[in-house]
Each structure stands twice: as structure tokens, then as C-alpha cells.
Design a protein. Structure first.
Length: 265
């Protein structure tokens, strides 16, 4: 069986391309079976199993003991942390992340901007979550997530215009795809110093994030929380935004940035 991905990257190594496709597929779908992965690759399930088995041996994916299904593994954490431009970013932000996790008991993420997407490089899973969900290494859109809105809000105008020049994908009925409406939202992010999303990337998922700055004041990351909408509704998010900002400020101070005594960013 030939794979629909075989000709996608001319000159590439087929097994590497397939492995990356598996990771992208699991990032979108969480727990998935060998048959599903094989269908995505366009290969026999035995080939998919060999690839998954190799990735599992390196800790890149993990297999559920009972169902036999696979998802992204903890081994991605080490790789994800390597994305950071500043090798001290994760370490300097960890205190703020841990503090925020204790204050909110929600999932806390540290996210950076990579080209036109967000990538989570550190995570503390909610103590209220029965089934853990990893965002480590996942690419998420800028316009549909709270970290992404923070990056868009504080980017230079030329770069922001470039990123918003194409058609914006709608992930749910709440995704803001109108450029004018999105720019108004980004103006509020700058004014308030944080961004929120209400089921804009996934139904039933809400979140909020605030900027982490380096010594020069450049936004280099975001710290945020996310959780199910039934627990983390709009009112609860509004209550949490001061501590989310404080957590980001803690990380920023360790990066050498000193937040103004009063007023918004």
C-alpha cells in the first residue's frame, strides 16, 4: 500500500516523514489505535505498528495498557524545552508556573512563538484533571488561543499584519475569524495585559494567558491556564486573570524585566 504522504516532501526520508505525520496526527487526536494511524499514513497496520513501537521505545509516544491505543509521550517534554531561544526561559519561568498551578489548580502552560504557531514548552497538569492531557510540543493557532492572542497583540505591526493577511481558520463557532473583530480583541489584550479564549480552539475548552518579557521588555513567552468550560467559565477566568498576570510577572522579573508599579502594559 502506498502512502498519500510519500510524495508530500520530495527528497525526504520516508520513515522520518511518516514518524512526523504520526506525531502530528496524535497531537490532533490524542488516544488513537494502530488502524487509525495506519489509515492516516496510508500504510498497512503492521507498518504503523513498527513505527509506533519505535517511537514508544524512545518515549516519544506512549501506549495505553488496557486499550492498546497511543498518544504523545512524556519524552516530548525534553524535546519541547529545546525549542526555547533562551536556554534559561523554562527555568526562569518555572517558579511562576508552579506558583500559578498552586493558586488555580488548573493546567498551566508555558508557551513560545515559533514562526506562525504557538508551541508549549512546559506544562503542569491540573490536580483537578482525572485524565491528564499533554500540550507539550503541540502547535496551536495564534488567533484561536489565549497565548496566541498575546503574541499577536504585542508583535510589531508589520509582522502582525503578515500573520493575519490570509484567511483565518475557524475551529469552532466561537473562533474569531473576522480581522477587524480580532484586531479589536488584540487592542484589549494590550490594554488589559492578558488574553482569554472561550471555546475558540476546542469546544468545552477555555483559557487565559499573560505575557512573559525579557530584560528588554520583549514578549518571549506566555504563561496561562486552561481547563474545561464547565469549571473554568468566563466568570472564573475573570477572577483568575490577576494571578495569571502575577505569575507571568514573576517569570518576567527572573528574566530581568521589572514591571511598572501601576498601570497596564
Amino acid at each position: 500500500m502506498s502512502s498519500p504522504n510519500d510524495d508530500r516532501r520530495p527528497g525526504g526520508v520516508q520513515s522520518v516523514d511518516r514518524a512526523i505525520t504520526i506525531l502530528e496526527f496524535l497531537a490532533r487526536n490524542e488516544w488513537s489505535g494502530v488502524t487509525e494511524v495506519g489509515h492516516e499514513l496510508g500504510v498497512h497496520k503492521s507498518t504503523a505498528f513498527r513505527l509506533l513501537n519505535t517511537l514508544e521505545a524512545r518515549g516519544i509516544v506512549e501506549q495505553h495498557t488496557d486499550s492498546g491505543k497511543y498518544r504523545l509521550g512524556a519524552g516530548l517534554a525534553h524535546l519541547a524545552r529545546g525549542i526555547s531561544v533562551d536556554p534559561d526561559l523554562t527555568q526562569n519561568s518555572r517558579f511562576g508556573c508552579e506558583w500559578l498551578a498552586r493558586q488555580t489548580e488548573e493546567t498551566v502552560t508555558l508557551t513560545v512563538l515559533e514562526e506562525s504557531m504557538c508551541v508549549t514548552i512546559d506544562q503542569i497538569v491540573s490536580s483537578s484533571t482525572v485524565v491528564s492531557r499533554s500540550w507539550l510540543g503541540r502547535q496551536t493557532p495564534l488567533h484561536g488561543t489565549s497565548p496566541g492572542k498575546v503574541f499577536l497583540a504585542f508583535l510589531p505591526e508589520e509582522r502582525r499584519t503578515e500573520l493575519l493577511s490570509g484567511e483565518l481558520e475557524s475551529y469552532t463557532e466561537n473562533t474569531i475569524v473576522d480581522p477587524v473583530a480580532l484586531r479589536k480583541e488584540l487592542d484589549m489584550v494590550v490594554k488589559n495585559g492578558f488574553a482569554t479564549t472561550i471555546e475558540e480552539f476546542e469546544e468545552g475548552l477555555n483559557g487565559a494567558a499573560a505575557p512573559v518579557r525579557d530584560a528588554e521588555g520583549t514578549v518571549v513567552a506566555t504563561i496561562g491556564v486552561s481547563g474545561p468550560s464547565y469549571r473554568l467559565d468566563e466568570d472564573e477566568l475573570r477572577k483568575l486573570t490577576p494571578v495569571i498576570r502575577e505569575a507571568a510577572d514573576l517569570a518576567s522579573s527572573r528574566m530581568g524585566y521589572f514591571h511598572p508599579v501601576s498601570g497596564n502594559d
